[in-house]
Design a protein around this ligand. Structure first.
Ligand code: TXA
Ligand code: MG
Length: 348
């Protein structure tokens, strides 16, 4: 299959340009499209056959359910029941935006979407291209991140092409995504809201609106059993080994490890903050990047998946990158970094 790319203006995508995407969705085919978090691989969320194609193209495990993307608040009531008052307050506060709500599903949702669970995940993306595609297609779009399963999520159309070239008919290129990490998945199907995957909307932001929110306890350890099926897989990982550097001596550890790896003939990639680079000074390696200040996690989040892929394209064997305080966006960033590092943290 040939994979076509159409480039559109992010702010104001011409409907005629998106028409090909709309037709493909209506025919039960797949279309990759930008959202504010990462690129999604979309299909008609009410068509079981179309959804099977998503799992095939991504090589995604069948037990990992998908998010349905909607363009109007009221569409939720067609997909989920009951929709608690608390969930409605959250929709009003954070949609369109990087918050996915897990709610009791209605019977007509194909079980391919929910992987047999009795809940369904729903979000309204904050991106004109995604919203137009959903509105014009007149169906909710089932869309996981448009990467091959286990790879870092795509934040540009080029990343999608790297992973899915020849497997899907169309990529809509709307430029680089804004948030750079996936949405927050919040379980609103039980008595108390629980974050199943930290993401673009922070725990602190949620708590300002609805009070105390828990973080799924299965998320913290390599052998925990997370409630979001997708969180149990090795994930977000580039082809190189990732090591996370922690503690007050980061620069010293990085210098020592780099020397060791160079002695073993290995190629090293360094993805570090301005603050750590300042301490480290010059160090020649196969690939390196200054991710910006430790105090601007949004900028780091935006680049991290792209930089994983850049390091990989420079054929590094090892990526050394650092830990962040687990607050605000740092919680989501650390969750992804720990998973891509297989929970390997170096402290001394
Ligand atoms: O930002 C995002 O959320 C992106 C863009 C494209 O919208 N999508 C995305 O989808 O990251 P995906 O499929 O890569 O991740 C969805 C996560 C998985 O961890 C999955 O297990 C969880 O949401 N999930 C989906 N439905 C669920 C449900 N009913 N109960 C619990 N977890 C669910
Ligand atoms: Mg994903």
């Amino acid at each position: 299959m040939e994979t076509k790319t159409i480039t559109v203006c992010k702010e104001n995508p011409a409907k005629e340009l998106l028409q090909m995407g709309v037709e493909l969705i209506k025919k039960g085919e797949l279309v990759a499209f930008p959202t504010e978090t990462v690129y999604g691989l979309g299909a008609n969320g009410l068509d079981a056959n179309a959804i099977r194609k998503i799992f095939e193209a991504k090589e995604r495990p069948a037990d990992n359910p998908l998010i349905l993307h909607v363009a109007h608040l009221q569409d939720v009531f067609y997909l989920a029941e009951p929709v608690s008052l608390q969930a409605q307050v959250l929709m009003e506060a954070f949609w369109p935006g990087p918050l996915t709500l897990v709610l009791p599903k209605r019977k007509h949702i194909p079980q391919e979407v929910t992987a047999g669970l009795d809940t369904v995940a729903i979000r309204m993306p904050n991106h004109p291209v995604a919203l137009t595609l959903i509105k014009e297609g007149k169906v909710p779009l089932a869309a996981p991140s448009a990467n091959r399963s286990g790879r870092p999520s795509p934040t540009t159309a080029q990343h999608v092409l790297q992973d899915l070239n020849g497997r899907i008919p169309l990529i809509i290129d709307g430029g680089a995504t804004g948030v750079g990490l996936e949405s927050t998945v919040l379980d609103c199907s039980g008595k108390n809201p629980v974050i199943l995957r930290p993401g673009g909307v922070t725990k602190e932001q949620l708590e300002e609106v609805i009070g105390p929110v828990m973080l799924d306890s299965g998320l913290h350890t390599p052998d925990g059993v997370p409630k979001a099926p997708g969180m149990k897989y090795t994930h977000y990982a580039p082809d190189a080994k990732v090591l996370l550097i922690d503690g007050s001596n980061k620069a010293e550890i990085i210098r020592r490890l780099t020397e060791q790896y160079h002695q073993q003939g290995k190629r090293v990639g360094l993805l570090l903050t301005t603050e750590t680079w300042r301490e480290l000074g010059n160090l020649t390696t196969a690939y390196q990047k200054n991710l910006g200040s430790l105090h601007d996690l949004a900028v780091i989040a935006q680049q991290i998946y792209h930089e994983f892929r850049q390091a990989e394209r420079n054929q590094v064997d090892i990526i050394l990158t650092e830990t962040y305080p687990e607050e605000g966006l740092g919680t989501a960033l650390m969750n992804r970094l720990l998973k891509s590092a297989g929970y390997e943290v170096v402290r001394t």
